[in-house]
Design a protein around this ligand. Structure first.
Ligand SMILES: Cc1cc2nc3c(=O)[nH]c(=O)nc-3n(C[C@H](O)[C@H](O)[C@H](O)COP(=O)(O)OP(=O)(O)OC[C@H]3O[C@@H](n4cnc5c(N)ncnc54)[C@H](O)[C@@H]3O)c2cc1C
Ligand code: SF4
Length: 457
């Protein structure tokens, strides 16, 4: 260990941009066992590791599995990593590590380059699966049954830890495939869909029943589910797209990021092409500056858009998303316009032709800067398609009887996912509002442990 002076930080190899644009496959190669081991050997094994305590929302035992893989004990590394995390190979791929574990790594703070925690985490579980490792679940015991509503990362995590606690689990999901935004939101170039499917297959092998196409509140009653099971976890996400509230927003050819990304993924799964989302040969303008906006410009370019321009109302420095995804988008040919806020969608006789933007400036407020519009600075950007990537809000959940919602429509739950109904727990975006996969995973885990404790009393 402590080889950080001899060995420099490496990140996984990335395929060239012109190659990446030909498909929706992942762009990063995996570390092999030797590379994962030599990179893990850089770890200084801090006595009080900030990466785990402050950086990782799951409080993963990072130095433990780094040590195991560095000492060429891949089985131990696999077990330690999978003990605390419901799906380390997914999180290693898609966590914004620069803001989480790697952002807290002592070596990074000291200027040596943080340990490549995410890449090592993915490699440990991927090489473990490739070498025949699996997740061992106990047989059901005690006759307790839990329902899980939704199958995104919060629910996948809750189901995983419930099964491990010997609880019988049934998942109710309204879509045709499980996974929530892991399946239908995050594009395949960031997360291969087979990786998500494998986790659900493991759960099914452990006896979990997955009911697809069940829209709770429409095709199944929440009250019936609550009566039939000893406990219920609600992980239905926050899926309502934030509107720009500008003239012309409802014009044909203007759509939300999630509708576009979901339609694209469904098409990749083999659904008939939905021509309303066709961007081939078009000038696409994506409004927003977060990771979802990057996913939209990058997907548009893969689908043959002539041009994909991301317009953000703030500066490059204040973009909310991951720097890595911004760099990837630029490499792939996306264009960027900073400090422009949309003022109206331009259309004649219902035909979309562009978006009018007003230039903005950031006035110092000691924080990210207060946004001010510059009068008379209107400019029009040509667009055949406009994708709104402005964030997400809670969708209505009128079916959720007996559960308190906050003023934004999110479920009120404590840190253990407990709602005011002692049988009902909740977590992920449906409680927090739009957030991160790892936070949803941490919520699902905390709720599952609280459910197990409640069911044992
Ligand atoms: C385009 C995009 C890219 C993202 N990229 C990243 C990233 O790179 N890294 C990261 O950490 N985070 C990312 N996020 C955020 C992350 O995906 C979410 O924070 C996370 O998926 C939330 O998990 P969840 O389980 O709470 O909800 P969701 O993933 O939204 O899952 C909710 C599930 O509930 C189902 N459901 C809803 N209502 C019902 C009902 N009535 N009955 C039955 N089922 C129902 C839905 O169909 C869905 O399957 C991204 C988000 C988007 C939109
Ligand atoms: S789960 Fe995310 S934050 Fe935690 S160690 Fe893995 S990559 Fe880092």
């Amino acid at each position: 260990m402590q080889n950080f002076i001899k060995t420099e930080r490496l990140t996984p190899l990335k395929s060239p941009a012109n190659e990446r644009l030909k498909h929706f496959g992942e762009i990063y190669a995996l570390f092999d066992a030797a590379k994962a081991g030599s990179q893990a050997e850089r770890c200084v094994q801090c006595g009080d590791p900030y990466c785990a305590a402050n950086g990782c929302p799951l409080k993963n035992y990072i130095p433990h599995w780094l040590k195991a893989i560095a000492e060429n004990n891949p089985r131990n590394a696999f077990r330690l990593s999978n003990e605390n995390s419901p799906f380390p190979e997914i999180l290693g791929r898609i966590c914004p590590q620069d803001r989480l574990c790697e952002g807290s790594c002592t070596l990074g703070v000291d200027g040596y380059g943080a340990i490549s925690i995410g890449a090592i985490e993915t490699a440990i579980t991927e090489s473990g699966f490739a070498n025949g490792e699996t997740i061992v679940y106990p047989k059901h015991h005690g006759g307790k049954r839990a329902a899980v509503i939704g199958s995104g990362p919060a629910s996948l995590s809750a189901a995983t830890f419930l099964v491990r606690g010997g609880i019988e689990v049934e998942i109710f999901e309204k879509e045709s495939k499980p996974g929530g935004l892991l399946t239908f939101g995050i594009p395949g170039f960031k997360l291969d869909k087979a990786v998500v499917e494998r986790r659900f297959e493991l759960l099914q092998k452990a006896g979990v029943k997955i009911h697809l196409g069940v829209d709770v509140g429409v095709s199944a009653s929440f009250d019936d589910i609550t009566r039939q099971f000893h406990a219920v976890f609600v992980g239905v996400g926050a899926r309502s797209s934030t509107k720009a509230k500008i003239e012309g927003e409802d014009t044909k050819g203007v759509f939300s990021a999630i509708d576009f990304l979901t339609a694209t993924q469904k098409q990749l799964f083999g659904a008939p092409k939905d021509s309303s989302f066709d961007v081939r040969g078009k000038s696409v303008v994506v409004i927003g500056g977060g990771d979802t906006a990057m996913d939209c410009v990058r997907s548009s370019l893969r689908l043959g858009a002539e041009q994909a321009t991301c317009v953000y109302r703030r500066s490059e420095k204040t973009m909310p998303g991951s720097k890595k995804e911004f760099v990837n988008a630029k490499e792939e040919g996306a264009e960027f316009l900073f400090n422009y806020a949309p003022s109206k969608v331009i259309a004649a006789n219902g035909k979309l032709s562009g978006v009018e933007f007003v230039q903005t400036k950031l006035e110092d407020d000691g924080k990210r800067g207060k946004l001010a519009l510059i009068k008379g600075s209107e400019t029009v950007v040509k667009a055949d398609r406009v994708i709104m990537a402005l964030g997400f809000e809670h969708q209505a959940k009128s079916w959720l009887s007996g559960i308190t919602l906050n003023d934004k429509g999110g479920i009120v739950a404590d840190e253990f996912g407990r709602t005011l109904n002692p049988k009902v727990f909740a977590g992920g975006d449906t409680v927090r509002g739009a957030s991160l996969v790892v936070k949803a995973a941490a919520d699902g885990k905390a709720a599952a442990l609280a459910m197990i404790a409640a069911l044992r009393t």
